[in-house]
Design a protein around this ligand. Structure first.
Ligand SMILES: NC(=O)c1ccc[n+]([C@@H]2O[C@H](COP(=O)([O-])OP(=O)(O)OC[C@H]3O[C@@H](n4cnc5c(N)ncnc54)[C@H](OP(=O)(O)O)[C@@H]3O)[C@@H](O)[C@H]2O)c1
Length: 317
């Protein structure tokens, strides 16, 4: 079986812990190396994951003609710039969430996708877990009736005092970091786009980034209630409520080895799965066989429009 030749742009902690270990499991991924601003860091990744190449700059990787696709887990403000640079060098691109920090940047990416025809996707991994496939199946079978309410959260206690999540210039703040999950889930389960947004949030006095947010999204069929932030315990649940029942996910974004969801009172246990692996398999197969991506750049743009609107609602308060 042919494997897609990948590179990772940036020696990210997330890549070390989650995405690279998943890539190593995929039958359609061949990871050549991790590009870092520091040669030493690239060497360390190569050693840890037995990778053949060392790249001491991001451009160094993009100039390698053997690399066919790049994964971009850089700070949020750098995603669009490096996605465009990668496409200019003919690489397919899987960009970490959030794809962008504003719609204007993402429109430039879209222009390049149209020009090149390359595969480009936002790396939202959670829909690739069987718990969400199962829920979609149940909804399609009318198990809960028409979806009218989606309620979800992503909060945790951020102990760090600095770093990309608290740096405004790098696209920090909880909306882009974790608020993007409840927003994407609401769009996914309504299978519609919101028409109105209302949100409130706390802005850090010195750092000028949002640290806690709550809001309402109005969809043609109903409403979504969401909250996200850095000052509450770890909460990642999701409830999808229809006219005659509900599906509840105790851990919607990062389930345990086996995931449980609840169709009303009935527990449904899903088999062990790695949603990052499923995501890399899906993207690699699409690039290798020129098949469609489940989430394309248009979808990322729709998501970004909602995130921009939430930001406006908070700031206009
Ligand atoms: N899908 C998920 O489950 C998930 C989970 C966590 C994070 N993420 C996403 O992954 C991305 C990275 O998050 P992370 O937690 O891995 O962050 P991180 O550990 O800070 O890694 C970011 C990397 O970006 C590079 N970088 C380039 N310019 C930088 C700058 N000015 N300041 C800091 N780093 C810079 C650095 O690599 P070099 O020094 O090697 O160049 C750094 O290691 C974010 O977009 C985040 O939203 C996704």
């Amino acid at each position: 079986m042919r494997r897609l030749k990948w590179g990772v742009l940036g020696g990210s902690g997330f890549a070390r812990r989650r995405s690279i270990p998943a890539m190593m499991l995929s039958p359609v991924v061949e990871l050549l190396g991790v590009a870092s601003r520091s040669r030493e860091k690239s060497e360390k990744f190569a050693e840890q994951f037995s990778l053949p190449e060392i790249y001491d700059s991001y451009d160094h990787m993009l100039d390698d003609p053997h690399i066919e696709a790049v994964h971009i887990p850089l700070p949020n403000s750098m995603h669009c710039e490096w996605a465009i640079k990668a496409m200019e060098k003919g690489k397919h691109v899987l960009v970490e969430k959030p794809f962008a920090t504003n719609v204007a940047d993402l429109l430039k990416v879209k222009g390049e996708v149209v020009r090149t025809g390359l595969k480009v996707m936002e790396a939202m991994m959670w829909p690739f877990h069987p718990q969400h496939r199962k829920a979609k199946e149940l909804i399609a079978q009318d198990a809960i009736g028409k979806v009218r309410l989606v309620r979800s959260s992503f909060t945790y206690l951020l102990t760090a005092k600095t770093g990309i999540r608290l740096d405004k210039e790098l696209g920090g703040g909880c909306l882009l970091d974790v608020g993007c999950y409840p927003v994407s889930a609401a769009r996914y389960y309504f299978a519609e786009e919101p028409t109105n947004v209302f949100a409130r949030g706390d802005i850090h006095a010195e750092l000028d980034v949002d640290t806690n947010i709550s809001g309402i999204l109005e969809f043609p069929s109903g409403r979504a209630l969401f909250d996200a932030g850095y000052h509450l315990p770890y909460r990642t649940d999701l409830e999808v409520v229809g006219e005659k029942g509900r599906i509840y996910f105790p851990r919607a974004w990062q389930p345990h080895e086996t995931a449980s969801i609840f169709l009303n009172e009935e527990e449904i246990v899903l088999p062990t799965a790695n949603h990052y692996l499923n995501l890399f398999d899906h993207f690699s197969n699409a690039a290798l066989n020129d098949t469609s991506l489940e989430f394309d750049v248009e979808d990322a743009l729709k998501q970004m429009r909602v995130l921009d609107a939430i930001k406006c609602s908070i700031l206009l308060n």
